[in-house]
Write a protein that binds this ligand. Structure first.
Ligand code: 13P
Length: 250
């Protein structure tokens, strides 16, 4: 079974209007359009989303949100609904990033509800999971990630509307990368959980690796079994680095 690869950039809370030129630069480096054999996605801050959808035009580079609320609309000051992201031209939304779980107290239950409304709005949900360093050192990584997968992926999720992202918390923004053996073992573990939960429909969902992916280590990571692409933070902010990572994912 070959799964279509996805290289996704998460700009986090970075990027003013001037940063839009990075997408323009990226599209130029791609020769005007995204490769036809893999998916390329950028998730900028919400303030840039609609503008960057226009910048992307018909290049084939997709845009996405970094979070959405678990309700469709209502009195939730400062929040963004999945439908609003869709309306702005997003194709994807990241839910349950460890920074949201840690900074905003998001639980598996909330993440599952977010993924559900995202899918219902017609977006592809990228559900993030990953253990902390303390959990890994206590030999709890498989248990924690397995529980997050089962608790955060909603009923109705399938390989078409849901992507998993394994991002060990201790590897995010630290320059530390999990070993290839550890990545392979965790991605196989996640795939087995998906199969157990959703059978054939979910079993082939794409599983991305995230955490200090850079041009220099991307090719090796992307060759690992059950790694179907990457979720890239810092290295997605510059067109040159992100292009090199996209190129390494073939
Ligand atoms: P870095 O690539 O900066 O480590 O961030 C990874 C990440 O959190 C992507 O969502």
């Amino acid at each position: 079974m070959t799964r279509r690869r996805l290289i996704a950039g998460n700009w986090k809370m970075n990027g003013l209007q001037s940063a839009r030129k990075e997408l323009v630069d990226l599209i130029a480096r791609l020769g005007g359009e995204a490769p036809t054999d893999r998916d390329v996605l950028l998730c900028p801050p919400a303030t840039l989303l609609a503008d960057m959808v226009r910048d992307s035009a018909d290049s084939g580079v997709s845009l996405g949100g970094q979070d959405c609320h678990y309700e469709t609309h209502g009195a939730h000051t400062g929040d963004i609904s999945a439908l609003m992201l869709k309306d702005a031209g997003a194709g994807y939304v990241i839910v349950g990033h460890s920074e949201r779980r840690a900074d905003h107290g998001e639980t598996d239950e909330m993440v599952k509800a977010k993924a559900k409304v995202a899918i219902e709005a017609g977006l592809i949900a990228i559900v993030c999971v990953g253990e902390t360093l303390a959990e890994r050192e206590a030999d709890l990584a498989f248990e924690v990630v397995g529980r997050q997968v089962e608790g955060s992926v909603p009923d109705g999720a399938s390989a078409e509307n849901c992507v998993l992202a394994y991002e060990p918390v201790w590897a995010i923004g630290t320059g530390k990368v999990a070993t290839i053996d550890d990545i392979a073992a965790m991605h196989a573990h996640i795939r087995a959980r998906l199969e157990g939960m959703g059978g054939a429909g979910l079993k082939n969902a794409r599983i991305l690796y995230g955490g200090s992916v850079k041009p220099a280590n991307a090719a090796q990571i992307f060759q690992t079994p059950n790694v179907d692409g990457g979720l890239i933070g810092g290295a997605s902010l510059r067109a040159g680095d992100f292009f090199a990572i996209i190129s390494a994912c073939n």
